[in-house]
Design a protein around this ligand. Structure first.
Ligand SMILES: Nc1nc2c(ncn2[C@@H]2O[C@H](COP(=O)(O)OP(=O)(O)OP(=O)(O)O)[C@@H](O)[C@H]2O)c(=O)[nH]1
Ligand SMILES: [Mg+2]
Length: 240
């Protein structure tokens, strides 16, 4: 693990927001290091940990001698959105993006994503609803109904994006640093706020199909996070 206030510039920084991820994070970082080492871009991994109560911090330490830098940084504001924004705002990479600690989106998805970014696309996001995508989810009725309402509310701000919530999104670095400077949502609806800003500023968001697999151990609570996300979505659509 590397501590650094300012991280050296690389082609790609991949941010993992992590809250109590000692079980899901080790294999995800290992697979990501293996993948990135074989790619032509210089890259770094950044875990943004909101003071996890488990051994998340120790997991990152185990990668101290990895062939590419694996940083751990903190975030005083709670929430996945706050953590991702902190990772992006402190990055100086040419391209930057985030993925979930559960590796629900296979890391191989990075190859088509990077190809599109290098062709000049501003934002490339994995999508479970783009043609060619595959996913299967076992969810409670409450979560399914909540998801339905969430999608309808999200459409008020980003009508053209089929899947706003897949945790695998990559961007042009300078552009997204400017975008997150104008964003405020700390919880799970932060993706919609970022995408809405990109759309408002005239940037196209490209969705790439993903073979997504559900991974147990979710940190999302349909009651607590679901209600908060819906309130955030209403705020995002009013702020237009
Ligand atoms: N730093 C930080 N990370 C968080 C926080 N809440 C969630 N995360 C991370 O956000 C990522 C996505 O969380 P998941 O628990 O997989 O939730 P999800 O993917 O939205 O929902 P599922 O489909 O149920 O998995 C994981 O890497 C979590 O550790 C938080 O408050 N702080
Ligand atoms: Mg997940």
């Amino acid at each position: 693990m590397v501590f650094a206030l300012v991280r050296p510039e690389v082609d790609l920084e991949l941010i993992f927001p992590a809250l109590n991820e000692e079980r899901r994070l080790p294999s995800t970082i290992a697979a990501t290091v293996d993948h990135l080492c074989e790619r032509p871009w210089s890259s770094a991994i950044v875990v943004v940990d909101n003071n996890s109560a488990d051994g998340t911090h120790d997991v990152v330490e185990r990668f101290a001698h990895a062939p590419l830098p694996v940083y751990a940084i903190g975030c005083s504001d709670r929430g996945k959105g706050a953590a991702v924004r902190r990772g992006i705002a402190t990055s100086s990479a040419r391209y930057v993006g985030f993925a979930d600690a559960d590796c629900a989106t296979p890391i191989e998805t990075l190859d088509p994503v990077m190809a599109l970014l290098e062709q000049g696309h501003a934002a490339v996001i994995a999508s479970r609803r783009a043609p060619g995508a595959y996913y299967e989810i076992e969810q409670s009725t409450l979560r399914r109904c909540g998801g339905w309402v969430f999608r309808r509310l999200a459409r008020m701000s980003v009508p053209d994006i089929a899947d706003t919530q897949c945790g695998f999104k990559f961007f042009d670095g300078p552009l997204i640093r400017e975008v997150v400077g104008a964003c405020h949502v700390d919880g799970f609806a932060f993706d919609v706020e970022i995408l809405a800003h990109l759309a408002r500023w005239g940037h196209r968001v490209t969705e790439v199909p993903v073979a997504w697999c559900d991974v147990p151990g979710s940190t999302f609570s349909a009651r607590r996070d679901g209600l908060r996300s819906m309130a955030d979505l209403i705020r995002i659509s009013i702020a237009r």
